[in-house]
Design a protein around this ligand. Structure first.
Ligand code: SAM
Length: 220
């Protein structure tokens, strides 16, 4: 612990004044205005927000493998797609053409990303028994439960045995989900039961890190 003669605090103050000087603020404002932000970062950047960082580090990055094929359901602007580019093939599956167009603007240059418009719960053009990892964040939280059940049935045939499926869903046991009308009626108990009823085996659950939702990882 520095003693009372330390210059630590005065040094920190002058560093902050230097970093926030008027010319520096103009420079950063100009730079920010040149870069088009990724759609979705307004809900939190997984590079910056600790609970999302945790989801990225525990449920996404350890599974990225250059020999494996992956699916992302509801990629939006690509907030999470950024971390999935290391797969041999990434199928980005979205119901809305406009959202897929937005994703293409951001990631169209990546030859290993295939953009697939679906009919809400299906995987057109994806071979059976071919997928090692499936991820979805920010999408199942809004899906009605009958659509979630339909998705669970549709996911199964495209996955390889032992594959990992990671889905974030609405958790109405949490106050922040109860206050959000856009979040569907779901709970860890309901989700766990739907996963089991569809013939999967739950491997891991996170019901505490996120403030309005929970995450389940399961396999066939
Ligand atoms: C709120 S955004 C989340 C985007 C992104 N995953 C994120 O976390 O930033 C929801 C995304 O799911 C897509 N979506 C909505 N319903 C869908 C469905 N039934 N099947 C696939 N995608 C769907 C939307 O078009 C949109 O891209």
């Amino acid at each position: 612990m520095p003693d009372l003669r330390t210059s630590l605090h005065l040094d920190m103050l002058s560093r902050s004044r230097r970093e926030n000087s008027f010319p520096k603020r103009i420079f950063w404002a100009f730079r920010r205005s040149l870069v088009r932000p990724l759609y979705g970062l307004e809900w939190g950047d997984p590079d910056i927000v600790p609970p999302l960082q945790f989801i990225r580090d525990r449920y996404v990055l350890p599974y990225v493998n250059a020999q494996h094929k992956a699916v992302e359901v509801g990629p939006g602007g690509g907030r999470w797609t950024r971390y999935l580019l290391g797969f041999e093939t990434l199928y980005a599956v979205d119901y809305h053409r406009e959202l897929l167009d937005e994703l293409k603007r951001n990631f169209g240059r990546h030859r290993n990303v295939r953009f697939i418009e679906n009919n809400g719960t299906d995987f057109p053009g994806i071979d059976g028994n071919s997928i090692d990892y499936l991820f979805s964040f920010g999408t199942f939280v809004h899906l009605e439960f009958n659509l979630i059940e339909a998705y669970l049935l549709a996911i199964k045939p495209i996955m390889k045995p032992g594959a990992n499926i990671v889905i974030q869903y609405s958790d109405k046991t949490k106050i922040m989900a109860q206050l959000n009308d856009g979040f569907s009626e779901n709970t860890p108990e309901k989700m766990r039961e739907a996963v089991r009823a569809a013939g999967y085996r739950a491997l891991e659950e996170d019901t505490t890190s996120l403030w309005h939702s929970s995450v389940i990882r399961f396999t066939i």
